[in-house]
Design a protein around this ligand. Structure first.
Ligand code: C5P
Length: 489
């Protein structure tokens, strides 16, 4: 197979490859490998695309390349290749805007900045310009800027305007249509979506005038992030008024500029995740080592493709996935109740490592060790099988997927489960600690997984992947399956 050294490509080709890789959620190396493979199969159009590809055209304003030439951007950010006009107004939180610029650029976003006069009291145009690698705009009446760019083009040659921090003063100007400096003029002249991250003293945020202005801005379609509650930069002050953290703003920008197709829009999915805890007495329980990482990643991947996701999760210590409704449960019986309450659904993926047994009679008081008599006898009874219950349910989900965590005879056991539980697919994985997957300890609690997908059509082997990649691949397979089986009336 042909090979290229990315380091030796000229800057514009490297940038085009970087943007293309970011848009496809791949590394530059992976993207280049795929393109070369396509080329060898005779599709030269694809490489032409490398050089010509531009996700947004900014003909009038040359915007500096996103990211630094030595560091490829973090792949897969939905706003990669897009242009954000960042307006920095004068608040102590302005220092966080510097980090915001870095986080955006490392994700392949072009950032151009406007600073108010007050913002320049907190941070300098020099530091902002060094991070955006572009000119910083500060003056409405700068003859050179006006000839070169002009405030109207500045306001429109971007995909999104972000005001961070947004002071009470700038919000008041926006709400009342004032345009007496470059920032407020750009905001009045723009036809682009606007996201503001308010930051001010809690007394100013809760003042009736600010509440009124915020309400007006919301009605005008301005997007908000924050302010958050917590400590203020001024000593001794706390309350609602902190600017959202740079990464929270980055995520919101990603959501607002996400134009990727949502093939699962209109579909409802139930996902179970994590272990269950089966009480023995008020302080003890039976559980297993499931971390919830795989189930949560699957819920996130389905939501990312537009599905309405209800995640029924046992006790885990990882964060909730974005855009999912999370129902927290403890025991298998509770999980079953909440799963059945979430029906009907188009898709159900039962990833939870449900405890097979529970204690027969849960003790209402803590069980005591009685000196010399040896351990108490624990009588167990079987838990309901949630997956099997769904397989036989009158509201059986259209596509029912189970997991099979096995330590031996993986395919054989998974095949039996497919039949017994009336599932459509079983995702089988080897959870033995010596499976050789990921770090010591194997799949349980780790970040990697190697699975086989069993269906009535046969067995599909997947290579070892991260749990996130397994989730994305499974979500894509679900999409393909639904697209192939949906009949259009
Ligand atoms: O029988 P086994 O526990 O190996 O089956 C695994 C599959 O069945 C997983 O999808 C798991 O979420 C599901 N399951 C369940 N309820 C149980 C036991 C397992 O939904 N009580």
């Amino acid at each position: 197979m042909a090979s290229i050294t990315i380091r030796n490509l000229d800057e514009s080709t490297k940038q085009a490859l970087r943007e293309r890789a970011a848009q496809n959620g791949r590394s530059m190396e992976e993207e280049a490998r795929l393109l070369l493979a396509e080329l060898e199969q005779g599709s030269p159009g694809l490489t032409a695309g490398i050089v010509e590809h531009k996700s947004t055209d900014y003909p009038a304003i040359p915007v500096a390349a996103a990211g630094s030439s030595s560091e490829p951007p973090i792949a897969g950010f939905p706003a990669a290749g897009k242009c954000v006009l960042l307006i920095i107004s004068g608040g102590i939180a302005a220092y966080k805007s510097l980090d915001l610029i870095r986080r955006l650029r490392e994700r392949g976003v072009h950032v151009r900045a406007v600073m108010t006069a007050a913002a320049q009291q907190f941070i300098t145009p020099l530091s902002v310009g060094a991070l955006t690698a572009d000119k910083v705009f500060t003056d409405l009446f700068d003859r050179e800027d006006e000839q070169d760019v002009g405030h109207i083009r500045l306001a429109r040659n971007c995909d999104l305007i972000v005001v961070a921090p947004a002071t009470a003063d700038l919000m008041a100007k926006m709400a009342n249509g004032l345009a007496n400096d470059l920032a407020s003029t750009v905001l009045l002249a723009t036809n682009r979506p606007v996201l503001i991250a308010p930051a001010m003293n809690p007394a100013m945020w809760s003042h009736r005038a600010t509440r009124r202005n915020a309400e007006t801005l919301r009605r005008d379609g301005i997007h908000f992030i924050g302010p958050m509650a917590g400590e203020m930069a001024e000593s001794g002050e706390a309350g609602e008024g902190r600017m959202a953290e740079p990464m929270q703003i980055v995520e919101r920008i990603g959501e607002l500029l996400d134009t990727r197709p949502k093939p699962l829009r209109g579909k409802r999915a139930i996902v179970t995740s994590g272990p269950t805890h089966e009480p023995i007495d008020p302080v003890r329980y039976i559980a297993n080592r499931s971390s919830g990482k795989q189930g949560h990643a699957i819920a996130a991947a389905l939501a990312e493709l537009g599905a309405e996701v209800i995640l029924v999760s046992g006790p885990v210590s990882i964060p909730d996935p974005r855009d999912c409704e999370v129902v927290r449960v403890e025991s298998a019986r509770e999980m079953q109740r909440m799963v059945e309450a979430a029906l009907p659904a188009d898709i159900a993926v039962m990833v939870a490592a449900v405890a097979d047994w529970r204690s027969k009679g849960e003790a209402t008081e803590k069980m005591k060790k009685e000196g010399g008599k040896g351990p108490s006898h624990l009588e167990l009874t079987e838990n309901p099988d949630i997956l099997k219950g769904l397989g036989h349910h009158k509201q059986r989900p259209g596509l029912l997927i189970g997991f099979a965590a096995e330590t031996e005879k993986i395919v054989e056991h998974a095949q039996a489960k497919l039949e017994r539980k009336k599932a459509d697919w079983i995702v089988a994985n080897d959870v033995s600690p010596d499976s050789g997957i990921g770090d010591a300890g194997g799949v349980m609690g780790g970040d990697r997984n190697r699975v086989r997908i069993l269906s009535r059509d046969g067995v599909e082997e997947w290579p070892e992947l991260t749990k996130k990649q397994v989730a994305e691949r499974l979500a894509a397979r679900i999409c393909d399956h639904l697209a192939a089986t949906t009949t259009i009336a």
